[in-house]
Ligand binder design. Sequence first.
Ligand code: NAD
Ligand code: TYD
Length: 352
Amino acid sequence: MTILVTGGAGFIGANFVMDWLAAGGEPVVNYDKLTYAGNLESLASLKGNNSHVFVEGDIGNYDTALATLNQHRPRAIVNFAAESHVDRSIHSPGEFIHTNILGTYQLLEAARAYLATLNEAEKAAFRFLHVSTDEVYGSLKANDPAFRESNAYEPNSPYSASKAASDHLVRAYHHTYGLPVVTTNCSNNYGPYQFPEKLIPLMIHNALAGKKLPIYGDGMNVRDWLYVGDHCSAIRAVLDKGRLGETYNIGGWNEMPNLTVVHTLCDILDAERPRADKSSYRTLMNFVPDRPGHDRRYAIDASKIHKELGWKPAESFETGIKKTVRWYLDNQAWVGNVTSGAYRQWVAKQYQ
Ligand code: NAD
Ligand code: TYD
């Protein structure tokens, strides 16, 4: 028995693959296109481990996806593969439409064709778990209740709109073709191996390089933050016990304005890696023009997954963020390798 993980060379996917194998899960076939966000170095600890097979492939390529499924006969697909960065979706929405919508469609088609080759017991056990985001629900006002699974979809960025479309396709393949799907909608993740284009690793990376810390708008946009290991355990719970055709919100019960996140990071770095001139990293904070269409607040009501599947996060923000900063301090070689030429081009385009 195996499972097929798509996008397993990215931030959450790589954490999931390592977490899954460490927890004694079946061998993993890791199917990833290796875009700028996919790094095999994140999986270096699995070198020589026969329980991890890497296949370079595009979810949008039906033939390769189906051939991989037919060859490895997985009992589940966990679909992480996506373009994932809102700012990039504002500059270049086409890639998001291509991978997140058309790619998910092709993968669903491949899964449907593969399912037809399984016997009844295998069909009954098979799962297509689609990993999605809370951003599909749109933006909350300060006093609105947190997102529930019954909220209407109101995506505001090309990224969230493309993820919303993929969620709808997954739902439709269940209702129309009986594909055994479950979908998860998770809040902002942080932790090891996150590409330094997203808020937390970008701030750590810039601070250590003595560069400015770009804060969009007034810095009071609110996100719910979840340690990546907790997202992985939630996905394992949903794969194991989630009801077919259902969606599960996953979150950390941990809403915070961006300014608080950046202050926290600066304070940890001040203690762990004081600057030569003894000034605080907070002096590098720099307010820059806001992101167009910037969602004001996300908050997740994760009571369904807690009540039905018994899942809750193990890390608090305090413990998770300290671990994360320590990881980046200890893994500067990984950061150095992923912040190559293409990364510099992105930073120049977005921040100058
Ligand atoms: P990421 O950008 O770090 O990694 C994406 C991975 O997908 C990369 O390895 C990339 O090479 C691969 N990929 C991209 N296009 C592909 C294609 N066409 N075919 C095969 N592989 C392809 O993303 P992430 O932050 O790890 O997010 C993973 C998933 O979780 C995404 O679906 C994202 O929408 C969702 N999600 C992310 C967060 C978050 O905070 N990062 C929160 C909730 C949900
Ligand atoms: P990000 O990590 O891009 O995640 P998302 O937009 O998917 O929530 O951004 C998190 C928050 O941080 C968001 O409100 C935008 C803000 N932000 C900045 O203020 N400066 C930055 O350089 C980045 C990348 C994000």
